[in-house]
Design a protein around this ligand. Structure first.
Ligand SMILES: [Zn+2]
Length: 51
């Protein structure tokens, strides 16, 4: 499942956040992902610790 950006809950600490370098699609996963589900591009982990 690939949620829309608006569907991402930024407060879910158990999820990793990824953003595609090619199409900027964002997705979440409990496991590490490296490939965009939309275009097959490389996903960056964009999770940032909250201070
Ligand atoms: Zn993509």
């Amino acid at each position: 499942m690939i949620p829309n950006n608006a569907d991402i809950d930024p407060y879910a600490p158990e999820l990793n956040y990824f953003e595609c370098r090619d199409c900027s699609t964002r997705t979440t996963s409990e496991t590490r992902l490296t490939t965009c589900g939309a275009c097959g591009g490389y996903l960056d982990n964009i999770a940032v610790p909250r201070e």
